[in-house]
Write a protein of this length. Structure first.
Length: 114
């Protein structure tokens, strides 16, 4: 009796799990024998990877544009002022510090703009 009860519990858990997945959406699929079967839809990420990559690229372009317009030494002075501030400003200074990607983009923007 215990083996049958464990098998029943396993089937109930599997059905509950499938029901939870299907509550988020499902699709119909026609099997080769003609039976229509409902399959749960795959859960997609809330933020697609393309959007995240676009935001990172836009951020680097923004930093490069700042480097191009205000110049390297004023930019470094402003970042240094951020380093001397509150912990949030220090984190901002770490994010806004110059790195090879923004310097490369700034050199390309300089060629394009001036």
């Amino acid at each position: 009796m215990t083996g049958q009860h464990m098998e029943f519990d396993r089937r109930v858990r599997r059905l509950t799990k499938k029901h939870e997945k299907m509550s988020r959406g499902y699709r119909m699929q026609l099997r080769s024998d003609g039976l229509v079967v409902m399959r749960p839809r795959r859960v997609r990420s809330a933020i697609p990877i393309r959007v995240l990559a676009l935001c990172v690229c836009a951020f680097f372009a923004f930093k490069a544009l700042l480097l191009t317009t205000i110049g390297v030494s004023p930019y470094d002075e402003r970042v240094q002022r951020l380093r001397d501030g509150t912990p949030v400003e220090v984190a901002g200074a770490w994010v806004m510090q110059r790195e090879p990607v923004s310097e490369f983009l700034a050199s390309k923007f300089t060629q394009f703009m001036y």
